[in-house]
Each structure stands twice: as C-alpha cells, then as structure tokens.
Design a protein around this ligand. Structure first.
Ligand code: SF4
Length: 176
C-alpha cells in the first residue's frame, strides 16, 4: 500500500491547533508508520507539493497570501481538513470583521506605534476585507472544530483518513 502524503499549514491562526496536533504524543508514531508529512511547519518544503492525500489547514483566510495558499493546497490535495474553530467558523480572526481594513491598519501601525508610525506597504500580505472560514474560500471535506481541537479527536480523524474511511468523531468534537 502506498504511503499517504499529509500536508499541513496555518493561515490566520495562533498555531495552537498545530500544538494540539503534536499533542497526539505517541499517536504520531502510528501516523508516521503509514504517512509522510510532505509540507508544513515541521518540514522544510518551500511549496505545497502536488499529489498530497490529506491537507490539514489551521486558521481563517484573512489575507491574499492565506487565500493563495488555501487554493494551492486545495488544487493539489485529495482531502482537505479544516482544523480548529478559526478554520471552521472564522473564530478569533473574524473579530476584526466589523472594522474597515484601513482603520484597523492605522490603529495598529500608526496610533499604536511607539516608533516609525506608518502602515507598511512592503512585505506584509494584503488583508482581505473580512477574515473568513476556510469553506468560504475552498471546498472543505472534513471539519474538526475546537479551539484547539482535542488531540484524541485529531488522532481519530487522521487514523480514519489513513484507513481510507470518512471520520465520524461524534462526541469527541466540540466548538471552543
Ligand atoms: S482554533 Fe483556537 S487554537 Fe486553533 S488557531 Fe484558532 S485560536 Fe488558535
């Protein structure tokens, strides 16, 4: 049986969902018996590769860079998992949605700056008007809520996907 290729990334998230992924502890050994992690913060790949089986995506879609990465991951992956409340609902990043982007940037980079005030124009990805859940940008196959999702729920989802089954985590999942 071919080894499963897993890619992970975080968009507008705090990395807490990836920390929970690492918290599956020895479960990671069972996962890595059947799968290779081919993209993500744990590996050195520079670009989302072709032919990924399972894409695990943390965070909301908040910037043009988030959107581009989400679309690339979708186009090059068979199954997309929205990991955590930010990816599933927008959660914390969407708290800015009632504030116009220009006002937000000026509050942070001008009013809030103690030195060199000014909204950066270089090296900072352009924000979208709203931070949005992943499914509003790309098709999502599996939603895993939680802030962050519990490690045993993540392990169950990954284990089922590695066996070629559709995960049914039921009571292991909850928002918040
Ligand atoms: S769902 Fe919670 S833990 Fe995960 S990225 Fe969002 S704020 Fe962080």
């Amino acid at each position: 049986m071919d080894r499963v290729k897993i890619g992970t990334c975080w968009l507008d998230g705090c990395s807490g969902c990836h920390m929970s992924l690492l918290d599956i502890d020895e479960g990671i050994v069972a996962v890595l018996r059947k799968a290779d992690i081919v993209f993500g913060p744990l590996v050195d790949a520079q670009e989302w590769p072709e032919g990924v089986d399972v894409a695990v995506i943390e965070g909301a879609v908040s910037s043009q860079a988030d959107l581009a990465l989400a679309q690339t991951a979708r186009a090059r992956s068979r199954i997309v998992v929205a990991l955590g409340d930010c990816a599933v609902t927008g959660n914390v990043p969407s708290m800015r949605n009632g504030i116009p982007v220009r006002s937000l940037l000026e509050r942070v980079y001008v009013e809030g700056a103690s030195a060199q005030p000014g909204v950066p124009t270089d090296g900072v990805p352009a924000l979208l008007k709203h931070a949005q859940p992943l499914h509003e940008s790309i098709k999502v196959d599996v939603h895993v809520p939680g802030c962050p999702p519990k490690p045993n729920a993540i392990l169950l989802v990954l284990s089922e996907l590695l066996e070629g089954r559709t995960p049914d985590p039921g009571s292991k999942l909850r928002f918040g």
